[in-house]
Write a protein of this length. Structure first.
Length: 222
């Protein structure tokens, strides 16, 4: 065996060792980046205006164009969650979300209404907890590929799981606090019914973007 031939196994071993170091380091960076993305998305508000038909359209003779427009704000954190799972896959996404929750509960007030252990008793905390099962199910769908069908299904499953668990958790907290039906109805309408469609549309866009970002990440990993 020549000297060059004897060097081949050593070169392969060095490459393997480099790859073993590179992959975990990149994974850590991705987890930290996605946790930071979730933090930032909490404090972003998108004002959405759409056309409506006033309930008093036939009885009110003083309607203006403002009466046919409805504006509300949406926080794009659910689309950010779906972007994260599309970018990193199921396992790393769950890690990133758990890190985000731990920081919010024990370190800094990074949730929409603050943070700390008292946030367990906020009606909206259920939506945050729901990110974990949503990522698990959406990630499981996307594992078989980023086909149009899988993207549509992953976005739908992710959004629906988050809103259903969020509503159930809100009902539990409302029962503990003895909140009335008006609070429950108002919460469901404002936090879920009006936003599900927009969460779904934005989540589709987020997964499509993540599809191509995922290819770049895989290229970096090699």
């Amino acid at each position: 065996m020549t000297d060059d031939e004897s060097m081949i196994p050593k070169i392969k071993r060095v490459k393997k060792e480099k790859k073993k170091i590179k992959i975990p380091f990149l994974n850590i960076l991705l987890v930290l980046f996605c946790s930071f993305l979730l933090m930032v998305s909490t404090f972003v508000q998108l004002n959405i205006t759409h056309f409506i038909i006033p309930v008093d359209i036939f009885s009110n003779n003083h309607l203006t164009k403002e009466n046919f427009l409805y504006t509300f704000s949406i926080i794009p954190q659910i689309p950010a969650v779906l972007f994260v799972v599309g970018l990193m896959g199921r396992r790393l996404s769950i890690t990133s979300i758990i890190l985000y929750i731990i920081i919010g509960l024990f370190c800094f007030p990074i949730f929409a209404l603050g943070g700390g252990l008292k946030y367990f008793f906020e009606p909206g905390f259920g939506y945050i907890i729901a990110y974990i099962p949503a990522v698990f199910f959406a990630g499981s769908i996307l594992e078989s590929g980023f086909s149009i069908r899988n993207i549509l299904k992953a976005a739908l499953v992710g959004v629906v799981v988050i809103h259903i668990i969020g509503i159930i958790y809100m009902l539990f907290i409302a029962a503990l606090r003895h909140d009335g039906w008006e609070f429950i109805k108002g919460w469901i309408i404002s936090q879920s019914l009006l936003k599900v469609a927009y969460d779904y549309i934005l989540s589709l866009v987020a997964i499509f973007v993540a599809k191509y970002a995922n290819k770049y990440v895989k290229y970096l990993i090699g």
